[in-house]
Design a protein around this ligand. Structure first.
Ligand code: ATP
Length: 312
């Protein structure tokens, strides 16, 4: 397997009795990426993350982390931080004591590092308060701090922003970005909140009924999601004539100042240049994208249709 991949799965599969929770999934994760795992409830995201975390055995297939087969990664477990379902906190204890318990279990004896971690996740002001009195966002930040005790290179975060208020979501997003940028930690994060995910992920995998139906980079997402060019010429009728002259037919004048162009959306520069040549002044131009959510719905709808076709 290629050296530059930190994690790869090869036809990884998990079957629970009659349920094929994960079905021959192949994902490829490079060092430093933030990989957004997308899928509706029951798509298989948690099961996939559990297998990568060593918490469930694949029924079939394998995976490698740092080039080592999944069956041999027990020695690497400290390098993988896991936050799946609830963080498992001791409600009557303080932030520091929760971290200390984890550190003792892992044989980490570095109080300065624990204090640093508390500061890093923004929980210094919580002091000695028992964590049962914390907001959900604070608990999630402590959950992430716990995953960091062993200095991991890879983090597996299952729905870390579920149920958080907008402020809590921003704090977790900023923390994840900081971990990737400053600590160079590679992160897999599953989330239903696709708008949020699209703000941080560098790569995406879409899972539908256990199967990986698409994998793409953030740049590829932007390219696939170009919807239209919004042009604001000084004269819509002259601009329309120029478009016709270029052979562009799929456009619509929205009002006296705005035209939407739906074809050749990769030729924005050329269109503006052509307008200038014909003395049409362009007062504004914008490339509009579909959201990740719209793209995700299109991908899963297409997969649903393909599957029905296969079953016939
Ligand atoms: P959610 O966001 O709702 O957690 P998910 O994408 O994480 O969804 P999984 O929890 O991985 O999905 O579940 C995938 C499928 O496997 C579902 O049909 C689920 O019911 C089933 N499943 C998960 N865990 C078990 C288990 N321990 N025993 C039997 N079936 C299971």
């Amino acid at each position: 397997m290629a050296d530059d991949y930190l994690l790869q799965t090869k036809d990884i599969t998990k079957k629970y009795k009659d349920v094929l929770a994960v079905d021959h999934v192949n994902i490829n994760l490079k060092k430093g990426e933030i990989y957004g795992l997308i899928g509706r409830n029951g798509a298989g995201k948690t099961t996939l993350l559990k297998m990568l975390a060593g918490l469930a055995n694949p029924t079939e297939g394998d995976y490698t982390i740092f080039g080592l087969s999944g069956r041999k990664t027990a020695s690497l477990r400290d390098r993988v931080g896991v936050l799946i379902e609830h963080p498992g906190l001791f409600g009557n204890m303080s932030v520091y004591d929760n971290l200390k318990v984890k550190a003792l279990a892992l044989g980490v004896n570095d109080d300065d590092y624990l204090r640093e971690l508390i500061d890093y996740v923004g929980l210094t002001s919580a002091g000695k308060r028992p964590v049962k009195k914390f907001s959900l966002g604070m608990k999630q930040r402590l959950g992430i701090a716990l995953t960091l005790v062993s200095h991991p290179d890879l983090l597996l975060l299952d729905e870390p922003i579920n149920g958080l208020d907008p402020q809590g979501i921003i704090e977790i997003r900023e923390l994840i970005e900081k971990l990737a940028k400053e600590q160079k930690i590679t992160i897999i994060i599953s989330s239903h909140i696709l708008e949020e995910l699209s703000k941080i992920a560098t790569r995406y995998g879409v899972i539908n009924e256990g199967r990986l139906i698409a994998e793409f980079s953030h740049e590829e997402l932007l390219d696939s999601c170009v919807q239209l060019i919004e042009l604001r010429p000084d004269d819509v009728s002259k601009a329309s004539t120029v478009l016709e002259g270029m052979g562009i037919k799929d456009y619509k004048a929205m009002d006296k100042r705005t035209i939407h162009i739906f074809e050749r959306t990769d030729e924005c520069g050329k269109i503006v240049l052509e307008m200038a040549k014909h003395n049409v002044e362009i007062q504004g131009v914008e490339i509009k994208h579909r959201s990740l959510e719209e793209y995700y719905i299109e991908l899963t709808d297409r997969d649903q249709i393909d599957r029905r076709g296969e079953k016939k």
